[in-house]
Each structure stands twice: as C-alpha cells, then as structure tokens.
Design a protein around this ligand. Structure first.
Ligand code: HEC
Ligand code: HEC
Ligand code: HEC
Ligand code: HEC
Ligand code: HEC
Ligand code: HEC
Ligand code: HEC
Ligand code: HEC
Ligand code: HEC
Ligand code: HEC
Length: 299
C-alpha cells in the first residue's frame, strides 16, 4: 500500500458516510465497508450485468470501486449476507422526500434541478423515481420509452389535445417511437422553472418567439392582445379549432369586439362578417402589420 492511498480511502469513506447519513430517514447504519457489485451478482446477476451499461455505472461517479450499488441502496452488508429484502433500501419504496434527497445529493445542478424545491411536481409529492427508472435503460433513464408517453400517462387532458385537429407536432405516427418533432420539454422544464406552468422561458410569449420569431418584431400597427399574451387566442397543445385557436372566429373576436363601425356582434349565420373565415377574410393580418395603410389589420 502506498502512503498516498490511505488518505484517499479515508476521503472516500467519509464521503460515503456523509452521503448515507444524509439519507437519515432510510435508517440504515453505515456498516463501515462497501459491498462490491460482484457480491450482489451472486443473487442479482441480471441486474448487475445490466448495470454495467448504465450511465451511473459508466460515470464511475462514486469515487469507489465496484458498481456502487450502495450509493443509492445504502449499507448492504447485512442484506448481502442474509438476502433479507427488509435489510436493504429500495428508493422506489421509501419516503418520497428521502428518496429524492438521495438523488439530489449528486444532482443538485442538473437541468432545472436547482428549482426542484418549490416546483409543482415536488409539491405534488412526485419522487424522482416517478419519472426515472434507474434500472430501466431508457434514454435519460425515463420510466417510459419516450418522454411524451411518460408525461401523458398522468396528463391525460394534454394527451387528448394532441389528437385534435390542430396541434403542435408532438406526435408522429410514422416514427417507431411515436415521438414527433417536438416534445413536452421543448416548452416545459419538468424539474422546475422560474416562469409560470413550468415554462422554460421568462414568459409564455418569450417561449413562443423562440420558434415563431416573426411574431416578435415590433410592428407599425400592432394588435395589442398579441404582444400581451399569445394564450389569449391560442391553446399550447392542441384544439379542434383551426390554428389552435381557443374559439372559432368570429366568436373569438366577439369576446372583445362587440360594437364597431360595422356590425361585429350578434351576427346572423349568413352575414358577410360571419361566413367562411368571417372576420379574417378582411382582417387577415391578425397579428399586426407594417403596411402604412394597415390600421385595421387588412393588409
Ligand atoms: C444471498 C442473496 C443476495 C445477495 C448476495 C444480495 N441480495 Fe438483494 N435481494 C435478495 C433477495 C432474495 C431479495 C428479495 C427478492 C427480490 O427482490 O429479488 C433481494 C432484494 C433486493 C432489493 C429490493 C428490496 C425491496 O424491498 O424491494 C434490493 C434493492 C437489493 N436486493 C439490492 C442488493 C444489493 C445492492 C446487493 C449487493 C450489495 C444485494 N442485493 C445482494 C438476495 C440477495
Ligand atoms: C443511481 C441509483 C442506483 C444505483 C447506483 C443502483 N440502484 Fe438499484 N435501484 C435504484 C432505484 C431507484 C430502484 C427502484 C426501481 C428503479 O428505479 O429501477 C432500484 C431497484 C433495485 C432492485 C429491486 C428490483 C428492481 O429492479 O426493481 C434491485 C435488486 C437493485 N436495485 C439492485 C441494485 C444493484 C445490484 C446495484 C449495483 C449493481 C444497484 N441496484 C445500483 C437505484 C439505484
Ligand atoms: C415529472 C417527471 C420528472 C421528475 C419528477 C423528475 N424528472 Fe428528471 N427528467 C425528466 C425528463 C423528461 C428529463 C429529460 C429532459 C430533457 O431531455 O430535456 C429528465 C432529465 C433528468 C436528468 C438529465 C439532465 C440533463 O441535463 O440531461 C437528470 C440528472 C434528472 N432528470 C434527475 C432528476 C432528479 C434528481 C429528480 C428528482 C429530484 C428528477 N429528475 C425528477 C423528468 C422528470
Ligand atoms: C453518487 C452520485 C449519484 C447518485 C446518488 C445518483 N446519480 Fe444520477 N448520475 C450521476 C452521474 C455522475 C451521472 C452521469 C453524469 C451526468 O451527466 O450527470 C448521472 C446521470 C443521471 C441521469 C442522466 C442519464 C442520461 O442518460 O443522461 C439521470 C436521469 C439520473 N442520473 C437520475 C438519477 C436519479 C433519479 C437518482 C436517484 C434515484 C440518481 N440519479 C442518483 C450520479 C449520481
Ligand atoms: C406521476 C404523474 C405525473 C407525471 C409522470 C408528470 N406529471 Fe406533470 N403534474 C402532475 C401533477 C399531479 C401535477 C399538479 C396537478 C395538475 O395541475 O395536474 C402536475 C403539474 C404539471 C404542470 C402544471 C404546472 C402548473 O404550474 O400548473 C405541468 C406543465 C406539467 N405537470 C408538465 C409535465 C411534463 C412535461 C411531464 C413529463 C416530463 C409531466 N408533467 C409528468 C403529475 C405528473
Ligand atoms: C409549444 C409549447 C408547449 C409544448 C410543446 C407543451 N406545452 Fe404544456 N403548456 C404550454 C403553455 C404555454 C402552457 C400554459 C397555458 C396557459 O396557462 O394558458 C402549458 C400548460 C401545461 C399544463 C398545465 C395546464 C393544463 O393544460 O393542464 C400541463 C399539465 C402541460 N402544459 C403539460 C404538457 C405536456 C404533458 C406536454 C407534452 C405532451 C406539453 N405540455 C407540451 C406550452 C407547451
Ligand atoms: C420548439 C418550437 C416551437 C415553440 C416553442 C412553439 N411553436 Fe408553435 N409551432 C411549431 C411548429 C414546428 C409548428 C408546425 C409548423 C408547421 O406544421 O408548418 C407550429 C405551429 C403553430 C401554430 C399553427 C398550428 C396549425 O394548426 O397550423 C400555432 C398557432 C402556434 N404554433 C402557436 C404557438 C404558440 C402560441 C406558442 C407559444 C406557447 C408556440 N407556438 C411555441 C414550433 C414551435
Ligand atoms: C387576437 C388573437 C390572437 C393572438 C393574441 C395571437 N394570435 Fe396567432 N392567430 C390568430 C388567428 C385568428 C390566426 C389564424 C389566422 C389565419 O388563419 O389567417 C392565428 C394564427 C397563428 C399562427 C399560424 C399562422 C401564422 O401566422 O403563422 C401562428 C404560428 C400564430 N398564430 C402564433 C401566434 C403567436 C406566437 C402569438 C403571440 C405572440 C399569437 N399567435 C397571438 C389570432 C391570434
Ligand atoms: C382579448 C381581446 C381581443 C380579441 C380576442 C381580439 N381583439 Fe382585436 N383588438 C383588441 C384591442 C384591445 C384592440 C386595440 C384597441 C382599439 O384600438 O380599438 C384591437 C384592435 C383590433 C383592430 C384594429 C382596430 C383599429 O381601430 O385600429 C381590428 C381590425 C381587430 N382588433 C380585429 C380583431 C379580430 C378580427 C379578432 C378575431 C380574430 C380580434 N380582433 C380579436 C382586442 C382583441
Ligand atoms: C367584408 C370585410 C370585413 C369583414 C368580414 C370584417 N371587417 Fe372589420 N372592418 C372592415 C373595414 C373595411 C373596416 C374599416 C371601417 C372603417 O374604418 O369605417 C373594419 C373595421 C373594424 C374594426 C375597427 C373599427 C371599429 O369598428 O371599431 C374592428 C374592431 C373590426 N373591423 C372587427 C371586425 C370583426 C370582429 C369582424 C368579424 C366579426 C370583422 N371586423 C369583419 C372590413 C371587414
């Protein structure tokens, strides 16, 4: 043994001890030594073999040899000797907060994770393992094959929106996974976000501008609700109206324009102002225009 290896081993032990103590709620004593993955293999061969291809195993993040099973399962000597499942911790079965704290020990800085505390998913008592399956092998260790599939397993109303006539391309029936050009995380940061509704931008509009840049430019004649909030007229996920509108034209317009120089409210079914695309036949530049004579959004 070289002189240098002693402090290194001590450091590793104290790091491991600190980690396990932080899992206090798991109530497993640190038993003073690690159990190698090889030992676990005696009884969990398939799990150990599969773990060799896992990002956690590859990262070698634990600072100690072996597969590092104990970094998530706690002290394992007693269990490895007896095979008694009650003598080992399974993060999927312990208290949610304790289980997540174990993950956050290493993942305090990942995508959005600094905002995990206080986020709606945390408040709703979702554990990390509600969405991640460590021994599963999916991309990002997700509990379902695709991200979209994972999210809509709980958010069934969004699933319904995705099948409506007009929608964002989140679903692609021709792709083997069913995943489309966009996923939920094109707009949301599930771990936490500064903005409302877990939107990964300062405002809803800023998020929309990321892909619909042309709607951001300042215009000579603006339609004031547009720069205020796109969601006044659009739904984000899908709608049975054209262009993901919250209501059909002219009803949409009539929510704000009841009285005008021409009739806008209480239109008969055959009114010039209501038929076909109604208001949009004439007011086609609904988001605003730079045309000098475009005051009423006609050109
Ligand atoms: C002597 C055989 C044996 C050894 C060695 C062994 N286990 Fe187990 N383990 C079992 C049995 C039996 C169960 C219960 C049945 C099952 O889940 O497969 C179990 C269950 C578990 C569970 C699930 C507990 C639960 O309540 O859901 C975990 C986690 C676990 N073992 C981890 C480990 C780790 C990590 C090692 C190596 C440090 C290890 N085991 C070594 C036999 C063993
Ligand atoms: C990064 C954390 C982490 C590491 C490292 C880890 N596990 Fe797990 N393990 C979990 C979680 C979380 C579960 C709950 C089910 C899941 O998410 O897959 C679990 C579940 C289990 C189970 C219960 C049966 C099952 O698959 O659900 C066994 C057995 C097990 N692990 C063995 C091991 C062994 C052996 C190692 C080392 C080779 C190991 N684990 C390393 C997090 C981890
Ligand atoms: C509501 C579901 C959900 C919950 C709960 C959740 N995650 Fe995630 N996590 C995801 C999704 C989806 C991704 C992939 C995001 C992407 O690709 O942009 C991800 C990605 C990650 C990544 C990879 C980040 C990267 O930069 O690629 C880590 C690490 C992670 N999660 C850790 C955690 C931890 C730790 C917790 C618990 C504190 C947790 N997650 C809770 C859904 C979830
Ligand atoms: C001992 C430290 C440690 C613990 C504990 C730990 N992880 Fe990790 N995890 C890592 C490292 C290191 C990586 C790979 C490097 C990286 O990208 O962060 C990683 C990667 C990941 C990824 C990204 C996978 C990918 O494909 O990009 C996810 C998701 C993740 N961990 C979730 C979890 C969850 C959930 C838990 C708790 C059950 C957990 N981790 C516990 C250290 C840890
Ligand atoms: C295990 C169930 C579950 C999964 C999986 C899940 N969520 Fe949630 N989510 C909830 C619950 C519960 C709430 C709070 C109640 C509600 O508003 O529906 C919530 C709320 C939300 C909100 C509303 C935020 C707010 O401030 O009102 C968004 C956005 C969201 N989830 C996005 C996602 C995305 C994206 C995914 C996939 C990466 C996902 N969720 C996966 C259970 C889940
Ligand atoms: C184009 C960006 C975008 C995409 C992609 C997106 N969302 Fe949203 N989502 C939003 C916006 C914006 C809101 C806020 C709407 C509002 O409050 O008017 C929202 C609200 C939500 C809410 C809370 C309100 C509600 O409708 O219940 C949930 C839950 C949600 N999204 C889940 C998801 C899931 C799951 C996916 C993937 C299947 C997804 N979102 C994809 C932009 C998006
Ligand atoms: C990640 C990129 C992205 C973001 C962010 C985004 N969109 Fe889109 N949007 C698209 C794509 C791609 C299409 C489909 C374009 C096509 O099919 O030609 C689309 C189409 C649309 C359509 C037309 C739908 C139809 O039926 O023709 C509307 C309306 C729309 N988006 C509004 C919004 C709003 C409002 C936001 C902000 C909440 C937003 N988008 C955020 C990429 C994005
Ligand atoms: C006052 C209501 C209203 C507001 C607010 C609004 N839109 Fe629209 N949007 C419409 C209408 C109506 C259509 C359909 C136009 C048509 O079919 O000619 C449309 C169509 C679209 C389309 C598809 C056609 C195109 O012009 O590319 C996109 C993308 C779009 N809107 C994005 C946005 C974004 C991004 C915002 C916020 C910056 C926004 N909208 C705000 C009413 C609105
Ligand atoms: C959320 C409320 C709201 C909705 C919905 C809305 N508008 Fe507007 N619209 C306004 C406001 C506010 C103004 C600016 C006030 C003003 O100058 O009269 C405006 C201005 C206009 C103008 C220019 C008026 C002028 O005198 O310069 C036209 C034309 C117009 N809207 C048409 C429409 C049409 C067509 C729709 C439906 C597709 C619609 N609006 C939906 C609030 C709304
Ligand atoms: C046949 C073409 C046409 C249709 C259809 C039409 N408009 Fe107009 N609209 C105009 C013209 C032209 C003006 C300018 C009138 C003027 O300055 O006297 C105008 C002016 C307006 C104005 C601004 C002046 C005012 O009246 O306050 C609003 C708001 C408006 N329209 C809303 C609507 C709405 C809402 C609809 C659908 C219910 C609609 N328009 C349908 C041609 C049309």
């Amino acid at each position: 043994m070289t002189k240098r290896s002693v402090p290194k081993k001590l450091f590793v032990l104290s790091a491991l001890t600190g980690f396990l103590l932080s899992l206090g709620a798991l109530a497993f004593a640190v038993d003073g030594g690690q159990v190698q993955g090889e030992k676990c293999k005696d009884c969990h061969a398939a799990t150990v073999d599969a773990f060799a291809g896992n990002v956690h195993s590859k990262a070698g993040a634990y600072g100690f040899a072996g597969a590092g099973c104990e970094s998530c399962h706690g002290a394992a000597t007693a269990h490895a000797a007896s095979g008694d499942p009650a003598a080992i911790s399974n993060p999927a079965k312990v208290d949610v907060e304790a289980a997540s704290a174990g993950c956050l020990n290493c993942h305090s800085k990942g995508k959005g994770l600094t905002l995990w505390h206080g986020s709606i998913h945390e408040a709703q008592k979702l554990a990390c393992v509600a969405c991640h399956k460590i021994h599963g092998g999916n991309d990002k260790l997700l509990a379902k094959k695709t991200e979209t599939e994972l999210c809509i397993s709980c958010h069934t109303d969004v699933r319904a929106d995705m099948f409506k006539r007009s929608k964002h391309p989140m679903r692609d029936s021709s792709s083997p996974s069913g995943e489309g050009k966009m996923t939920c995380s094109s707009c949301h940061n599930v771990h936490g976000a500064k903005g409302e509704k877990l939107i990964s931008a300062n405002s809803f509009n800023d998020k929309c501008y990321e892909c619909h840049q042309e709607k951001k430019a300042p215009l000579l004649w603006e339609h004031s609700p547009v720069k205020e909030d796109c969601m006044t007229c659009h739904t984000p996920h899908g709608s049975s109206n054209d262009k993901m509108l919250v209501a059909k034209v002219p009803r949409l317009c009539q929510q704000c324009h009841m009285q005008g120089r021409h009739q806008t409210g209480a239109l008969g079914p055959n009114s010039t102002y209501a038929v076909n695309r109604g208001c949009l036949n004439c007011h086609s530049q609904i988001h605003g225009t730079n045309n000098p004579s475009g005051t009423v959004l006609q050109r």
